[in-house]
Design a protein around this ligand. Structure first.
Ligand SMILES: Cc1ncc(C[n+]2csc(CCOP(=O)(O)OP(=O)(O)O)c2C)c(N)n1
Length: 326
């Protein structure tokens, strides 16, 4: 089924909102207002937005570390002000401010998150089995990076998910770097999606800078999962316009990535620009729409920051309540 005009505008809007919040998180970290650290989504927003914009609320989601899952959460309907509050250690956050960025939002199918990369795969099997058994038509969107696909858990879990024909979409966000390690140094094949064949599921590669291409590939995989035909794998080849995390050097292998390289990527591979130009050229968006969507995203960030700053800081005494069962 072709994406409607409304769908395409939703994709663009979610990209713009993600970019605005991602930038605000980076700024807030510099201002000492964000707890912990931050791995920006900058440049790599389209995979998460394309993967999650048309999921159902009740579908299970394991997001990805870039933007600490902002593209995925925003697109799945989570109000980012509650995630900003969480990341800022506020009582109004998704988990009352105690998780920093490993937030959960069960009403949106986000049951957990963890810092150990690859730990999402075993729970993907569990979510998938639950979804298959409960017959409610839920699917599991299981997102991970190229580096994360090297964990043994991926291979064990891909086997089980395929043996049991669970309704799972394995969604690899391949930004060419696992922290600092170029993917060509960690993978013997060009396409991580080619792993899919060994487990008996379809595997496709899409341009991860093109949110529309991502959403179209996801639609096929999600339909297949909902129809009980089993799992699929999508590899979105994407970019990262920043270092792995804020405040660390930007290496690719032994090489420092130069400002010129990043400038080239920003000018030629920006997912927001690519989507905007496509929709403008097809007459689906006007310059006025573009300004309105940007202004709404900026206003949403401003309102979220006000909400967070007015929210009480989490009192450490809540650990007595949340850690121990009486
Ligand atoms: C088991 C484990 N090993 C190492 C790390 C440290 N680490 C955090 S992110 C990361 C890189 C992950 O690479 P990738 O999956 O490609 O993600 P991306 O490049 O998109 O950040 C590593 C090695 C970790 N969190 N968990």
């Amino acid at each position: 089924m072709a994406l409607t005009k409304e769908n395409l505008i939703t994709l663009y809007t979610n990209l713009v909102r993600t970019r605005a919040f991602d930038r605000a998180f980076v700024r807030r970290l510099g201002e000492g207002k964000l707890l912990g650290f931050f791995h920006p989504a900058d440049g790599g927003e389209a995979p998460g937005v394309g993967a999650c914009s048309f999921l159902r609320h009740e579908d299970y989601l394991w997001g990805h570390i870039r933007g600490h899952g902002l593209p995925h959460m925003i697109s799945k309907g989570v109000n980012p002000k509650f995630f900003m509050a969480e990341h800022s250690g506020r009582e109004t956050g998704l988990c009352r401010g105690i998780s920093t960025f490993h937030a959960v939002a069960p009403e949106f199918g986000i049951m957990g998150a963890a810092g150990t990369i690859g730990s999402g795969f075993p729970v993907t099997v569990g979510y998938g089995l639950a979804a298959k058994m409960n017959g409610r038509g839920q699917i599991v969107m299981s997102c991970f990076g190229d580096g994360t696909s090297n964990r043994g858990t991926f291979h064990e879990c891909a086997l089980m998910v395929n043996n049991w024909k669970l309704p799972v979409v394995f969604f690899c966000e391949n930004n060419g770097l696992g922290m600092f390690v170029p993917v060509k140094d960690s993978h013997p094949v060009a396409d991580i999606a080619s792993l899919a064949q060994g487990y008996g599921m379809p595997g496709v590669v899409v341009d991860g800078q093109d949110v529309i291409a991502v959403a179209e590939a996801v639609e096929v995989a999600v339909d297949r999962a909902r129809q009980g035909k089993g799992p699929s794998m999508i590899e979105a080849k994407c970019e990262r316009f920043c270092a792995h995390a804020v405040g660390i050097p930007d290496y690719s292998g032994a090489e420092v990535r130069t400002p010129e390289e990043i400038k080239y990527l920003r000018e030629n591979r920006d997912p927001v620009t690519i989507c905007r130009q496509k929709l403008l050229s097809q007459g689906l968006l006007t310059e006025e729409d573009v300004s309105r969507i940007q202004a709404a995203a900026d206003a949403e960030v401003e309102a979220a920051e006000k909400f967070v700053e007015e929210s009480p800081r989490t009192d450490p005494s809540i650990f007595d309540e949340v850690l121990y069962a009486r």
